[in-house]
Design a protein around this ligand. Structure first.
Ligand code: GLN
Ligand code: ZN
Length: 765
């Protein structure tokens, strides 16, 4: 039989029209039964397997599908169901499964966190004592058999035992990950055995943690786990699968695990193939992740093929598998659905389905370049075109980039000097109160935006509506007694899209959805070319808001790193370069806001943390250019202009020095959910400027009590001086309702006033 050189590591689950999302939400609302949901799910699996086979992937993956999340699936399979869900044994029902994901009346949900450096969130397994770990579902086997019944041979995907254990979290110190691992290994053996019996020849074992800096204990987990798994006869062959970074110093460890195959992400870390070649591995399959699973661009087939040819030289044809760099979960489904793209730009792109066609083409190329000469010529033409297309390359942008000086990334004077100027210009009270930017985006606001987009109301009517909302929001803030106001962001659908739509170099897809968590999908903007700002983007609304109040209204911008991080970014130049272009566009916006009389400007960077590379060695470089981009965007401001920034999604410990280096005059940070844990880090690194650790969680409709806010502020004052403390919520209020916002902010303002009285009675201004 001819060797099959193609593979895929995972396909998007939602369906090209987000069918799974709608089916899930209907089920959750109680408007559809279990069988309707499960039918939609199995139809999607069938459609996706067939689509993959048609695209040339003869053995597509199975068990990559999930109703919510693949880590949660594994937890359910292994019986890692916390006691509060009241399901100690037997099959895990759908209602228990969703209760774990989303919480129920009786039991709060499991935590959710970002899947490595992606914008996908996984459900964090909890390991508690007395957990009845046992095979409580055989979803991988069921789905394997489901495909077989359709006549399709698949390679099941399972999350490997060590990554599962490392990604989950023990709920008490007495519970050791090591013991959890020991307990689940027999379950894995059982499951793998059942897969082999069902007919699976190979299994893809995902061990993305092999791309992290591992400590000795984790390394020993790998050795112990695979020694156990490779023991018994009658198991399928293992394709040990890594992605998102280099396997680096874990290569020897990985090879020592005696898997039959190894997959490497050669998009993120191309050089690791040389390290593998040098090791002369005895693997029977080597899977080359050459097609970018994290982006929307066409693969340069010539470059990819030359990498394949190198590998063939080292290992011969038969052992080579061509694959995407990682699961295609992170790509939109099908470029063919996009009818609005400019044909030139569209020609540079590939979504999941097109990526599979590239894989199949490349696999044919293993037999020689002549087999795919036409595809190579086409790919070459696109690459050449992209290199010099005037759509992408703008001389004026390049000229500006070249003219950037170091001085441009520094404010004119250091913070203490600016502080004096700002105190004079703004005369704010101590412990100033403010919010993060957005106010409730009610159904009415969304309805009007939709009507405007659909052409049902004209620009004038829409603008009038936004003005009314903004003015009302300003009144509201005055009534509540806030010190520094915001305009409310009613004109914005999304904090990145709003800017992307007004900048050059961006396009937007119609159907380019990717899963963020559960049924939630996002449609990231696509940055295809040099970024520039043809006109001011926010001045109209900031100016309007400022015109209806005597208090200061903050200008509100999304920062360069966040715009980059939440978009699909062009891959024909370093990300740092694209980020710098965005920074320059924002720098101009800052200047325009200042010229329009805005005295305080906030530049949000909620995504700066998630861009942090997985490998420690790669971090300093990222931190350098990302901090620099923020500084470039903000540093044109006059000393008197107060620059704010905002960050959420916590875990900033790894980059506190860099946050200080951003040199914003004021930073607001999410803090309340972790009970100000973050502030502990400020024992280590003193925060020199002003800071507002969020005093209440905006993710819940719960109204925080005054005592609670006061306690959090007291806690903050253990590491911060009263002179530098601001009082604000954790994040924007977009998802909340007006009545709770009024109650919560009133409590916040009252508390700030009370504390102000206590702390500053003697020398109050
Ligand atoms: N200014 C934005 C808002 O308030 C910030 C959102 C965010 O941090 N994610 O909505
Ligand atoms: Zn936030």
């Amino acid at each position: 039989m001819r060797v099959n050189h193609t593979s895929n590591l995972g396909f998007p689950r939602m369906g090209q029209h987000r069918q799974l999302k709608f089916a899930l939400e209907k089920y959750w609302r109680g408007q559809a039964g279990e069988s309707e949901l499960l039918t939609t799910a199995s139809n999607l699996r069938k459609e996706h397997w067939q689509l993959q086979v048609e695209a040339g992937i003869s053995v597509p993956p199975s068990n990559d599908f999930s109703l919510y999340d693949h880590v949660l699936d594994m937890a359910a399979t292994l019986g890692a169901v916390p006691q509060r869900f009241g399901s100690a044994n037997g099959p895990v029902t759908l209602s228990t499964y969703f209760a774990m994901a989303r919480g129920s009346q009786q039991a709060p949900a499991l935590e959710m966190t970002k899947w490595f450096d992606t914008n996908y969130h996984y459900v964090v397994p909890e390991f508690e004592s007395g957990m009845n770990l046992a095979l409580r579902s055989i979803k991988p086997v069921d789905e394997y058999l489901e495909a077989r019944a359709l006549g399709i041979q698949t390679r099941p995907v399972i999350l490997g035992p060590v990554s599962f254990v490392l990604l989950g979290k023990p709920t008490a110190e007495s519970i050791l990950r090591k013991s959890v691992l020991q307990a689940i290994l027999p379950l894995y053996t059982d499951l793998l055995g059942q897969l082999r019996t069902a007919g699976a020849e190979w299994v893809q074992i995902d061990e993305p943690c092999l791309c992290l800096d591992l400590d000795d204990e984790s390394r020993s987990f790998y050795r112990d786990a695979f020694a156990t798994l490779k023991g018994p006869p009658g198991l399928p062959k293992f394709m040990l699968t890594t992605y998102f970074a280099t396997i680096g110093d874990n290569l020897d460890l990985a090879l020592g695990l005696q898997a039959d195959g190894l997959h490497l992400d050669l998009v993120r870390a191309p050089q690791q193939i040389d390290a593998l070649i040098a090791k002369k591995p005895t693997l029977s399959q080597i899977s080359l992740g050459l097609v970018d699973g994290r982006n929307v661009w066409r693969t340069d087939l010539i470059i990819a093929l030359s990498k394949i040819e190198n590998a063939v030289k080292a290992w011969g044809k038969d052992r080579i598998i061509v694959a995407p760099s990682c699961s295609l979960l992170h790509s939109p489904v099908d470029l063919d659905l996009e009818t609005e793209f400019d044909p030139e730009i569209r020609g540079w792109m590939a979504f999941a389905k097109q990526k599979l066609q590239e894989i199949s083409t490349l696999a044919k190329g293993i037999d020689g370049r002549q087999e795919i000469s036409k595809a190579l010529a086409t790919s070459d033409a696109f690459t050449a075109w992209r290199k010099q297309s005037p759509r992408i390359h703008k001389a004026d942008v390049e000229k500006r980039i070249l003219a950037v000086t170091e001085a441009m990334a520094s404010r004119k004077n250091p913070y203490p000097h600016r502080r004096e100027k700002q105190t004079g210009a703004l005369a704010l009270p101590k412990l100033p109160t403010t919010t993060i930017g957005s106010f409730p985006q009610t159904a009415e606001v969304r309805k009007m935006r939709a009507a405007f987009r659909a052409g049902k109301i004209d620009q004038q009517a829409y603008d009038r509506f936004i003005e009314e909302e903004t003015a009302r929001c300003i009144r509201f803030q005055e009534e509540v007694g806030l010190d520094v106001l915001v305009h409310g962001e009613f004109e914005r659908n999304d904090m990145v899209e709003y800017f992307g739509e007004q900048l050059e170099g961006f396009v937007f897809s119609e159907n380019g959805w990717v899963q963020s968590y559960g049924s939630r999908c996002v449609k990231p903007p696509i940055i295809y070319g040099d970024v520039s700002r043809p006109h001011a983007m926010t001045v109209r609304w900031s100016k309007f808001a400022q015109s209806v109040t005597r208090q200061f209204v903050k200008g509100m911008l999304t920062g360069p790193v966040t715009i980059l991080q939440w978009s699909f970014v062009r891959d024909d130049q370093p990300r740092s370069q694209t980020c710098k272009q965005i920074a320059l566009a924002l720098r101009d916006e800052v200047a325009d806001l200042e010229a329009a009389g805005i005295k305080i400007i906030q530049i949000d960077e909620p995504a700066i943390r998630e861009g942090l590379p997985l490998r420690r060695a790669d971090r300093p470089e990222y931190l350098k250019w990302s901090v620099n981009a923020f500084r470039l965007a903000s540093s044109g401001a006059k000393d008197e202009t107060q620059i704010h920034t905002h960050m959420c999604y916590s875990e900033f410990n790894a980059m506190l020095e860099s946050i200080v280096a951003m040199d914003a005059d004021v930073i607001s940070m999410e803090c309340s959910r972790s009970r100000m844990e973050l502030l502990d880090a400020f024992h280590r690194v003193r925060y020199p400027n002003e800071i507002g650790p969020g005093v209440y969680d905006i993710h819940s409709p719960r109204v925080p009590g005054k005592k609670e806010i006061e306690d959090l502020l007291e806690k903050a004052l253990e590491v911060l001086s009263p002179e530098q403390l601001w009082v604000n919520p954790d994040c924007g209020l977009k998802t909340r309702g007006w009545p709770e916002v009024r109650a919560a902010l009133s409590n916040m303002v009252d508390t700030a006033k009370k504390l102000r009285g206590i702390l500053f009675t003697a020398d109050a201004p």
